[in-house]
Write a protein of this length. Structure first.
Length: 381
C-alpha cells in the first residue's frame, strides 16, 4: 500500500464537478462562452474583490492580454521577477518587448523592492520607463505589494499581478490578485483549483475587460459579417471547463486551510533540523501555501536538494527544485538583471538550496508521513 505515487500538487475534485458539468452538457452549452463562463467570471471576481473578470484558456493568455491592454509594443521594456515560472515572462516576448529581470528578497522570496527601485533609477536616467511591472506571488506567498506599489506609483507604471499560484492568499486584508491594474489566475492541473487548463484576468477596469474578451475571441468587429480591424486570439475558456472551475471554486477556503495544515505539519516534523529553513510568511499576509518549499543550507547539511529529490523519486514521491531564475535561462541569456544587492543574488541562492514538497490538498496524513520519514532519512545520511 506504500507503493502509490505521491505527486507534488495533483488535481483534487470536490465531488460537485460532475453535476456542474452535466448541467452544462444537458443544456448543450458545449461551446466557448455560455452561462457558466459568465458565472465563473462573476464568482471569481467577487471572491477576489475585483469588479470584473475575463475567463481565458490559460494564465499565460491572461498575462498576454494584460500586456496587450497596456499597449506593450516592440522595443518596450517590462520588469518581471527572475524567480518565477517562465510563463510570467514569455508573453512579453510575444509582443516583441524586452523583459528586464528583478531579483528576489529573502523575506518573501518575491520581487525585491530594492532591486526594483534600482532598475527604475537606471532606466529613468536613460529616459525609458517600463510599460508595466509584473509582480508574482510565488508558491502562494504575497510579494511586498505596498512597497512595490509605492515605487510603481512614483514612476506611474501599472502593475500586472501574476497571482497564478496565490488564489486565496490574503495581503493586508485583501485577496491576492486584486492589487494591480490587472490580476492573473491560472487553473492549470497543478494549481490550487483547476479546470484542467484555464485562466482568468481580473480588473476594476470593466472597459479593459470588455476589450480582453473581444481580443480573446478573434477580435470580431460588431458587423453583420466577419470583419476584423485588429489581430485577436482564440483565448476564451469553454463553458464546460468553466463549469468545472465553478465547482472547484466552491471549496477554495478549505483548500487553503488544507495546504496550510500540510505546510505546518512539515514544519513541525522537520523544521527544527539545523540548516532547514521553510519559506517564511510575509508580514500581514496569509499564504495559501500552494507548495511547501524550504531551503537546505549547504554549510550545515551536506545533502543537496538534488539528492533529496532523487531519493524521493526512487520511492515514487515527486519533489521539485525551486524555479530556476529566468536570468539564468539560456533563452534569456542576453537580458538585463538587477540583483537584490551588488554582492547578493537572492534568487540564485534560493534556486541552489530550495526544494518543493508534495503539497496537494488531497494529500493524506499517511502519505505525508511517508514523505517526512524519507526526508528525515535522507537528511541524516
Ligand atoms: C502556472 C503559472 C502561470 C501560467 O499559467 P498557465 O495557466 O499554465 O498558462 C503563470 N505564472 C505563474 C507564476 C504560474 O505558476
Amino acid at each position: 500500500m506504500n507503493e502509490e505515487k505521491i505527486l507534488l500538487s495533483p488535481p483534487h475534485l470536490t465531488g460537485k464537478e460532475k453535476q456542474f458539468m452535466e448541467e452544462a452538457l444537458d443544456s448543450n452549452w458545449v461551446a466557448p462562452l455560455g452561462p457558466n463562463v459568465d458565472l465563473f467570471e462573476q464568482e471569481l471576481a467577487e471572491y477576489v474583490g475585483m469588479k470584473g473578470a475575463a475567463a481565458l484558456s490559460s494564465g499565460t493568455a491572461a498575462i498576454h492580454l494584460a500586456l496587450r491592454l497596456l499597449n506593450v509594443q516592440p522595443g518596450d521594456i517590462v520588469f518581471c521577477p527572475s524567480l518565477t515560472f517562465i510563463a510570467s515572462a514569455n508573453p512579453i516576448i510575444y509582443e516583441g518587448a524586452e523583459p528586464v529581470f528583478i531579483d528576489s528578497e529573502a523575506e518573501t522570496w518575491n520581487m525585491s523592492p530594492q532591486a526594483l527601485e534600482n532598475a527604475f533609477v537606471h532606466y529613468s536616467q536613460k529616459g525609458k520607463l517600463p510599460k508595466a511591472v509584473i509582480v508574482v506571488n510565488l508558491y502562494g506567498q504575497s510579494a511586498q505589494l505596498d512597497q512595490i506599489n509605492a515605487i510603481c506609483e512614483k514612476y506611474n507604471v501599472p502593475i500586472i499581478e501574476d497571482a497564478a499560484e496565490s488564489l486565496g492568499t490574503v495581503y493586508k486584508g485583501k485577496k491576492s490578485g486584486s492589487f494591480g491594474r490587472f490580476g492573473v489566475f491560472s487553473f492549470n492541473g497543478n494549481k490550487i483549483i483547476t479546470t484542467s487548463g484555464g485562466g482568468m484576468l481580473v480588473s476594476n477596469d470593466l472597459e479593459a475587460l470588455k476589450k480582453a474578451r473581444f481580443l480573446a475571441a478573434q477580435a470580431k468587429d460588431p458587423a453583420p459579417y466577419y470583419e476584423h480591424s485588429e489581430i485577436g486570439y482564440n483565448y476564451r475558456l469553454s463553458n464546460i471547463l468553466a463549469a468545472l472551475g465553478r465547482a472547484q471554486l466552491l471549496q477554495i477556503e478549505e483548500r487553503v486551510e488544507k495546504r496550510r495544515q500540510i505546510f505546518k505539519r512539515y514544519v513541525d516534523e522537520i523544521g527544527n533540523q539545523p540548516g532547514i529553513v521553510f519559506m517564511p510568511e510575509g508580514k500581514e499576509s496569509i499564504s495559501n501555501r500552494w507548495l511547501t518549499t524550504l531551503t537546505i543550507d549547504p554549510k550545515v547539511i551536506s545533502v543537496s536538494p538534488f539528492e533529496v529529490i532523487k531519493a524521493l523519486e526512487k520511492e515514487k514521491i515527486e519533489a521539485r527544485h525551486i524555479w530556476k531564475p529566468l536570468h539564468l535561462q539560456p533563452v534569456f541569456k542576453n537580458n538585463t538583471f538587477f540583483p537584490h544587492k551588488q554582492d547578493k543574488v537572492v534568487s540564485e541562492e534560493l534556486f541552489e538550496q530550495g526544494l518543493c514538497l508534495p503539497s496537494g490538498s488531497s494529500l493524506t496524513e499517511d502519505q505525508q508521513d511517508r514523505v517526512i520519514k524519507l526526508i528525515k532519512q535522507v537528511l541524516s545520511r
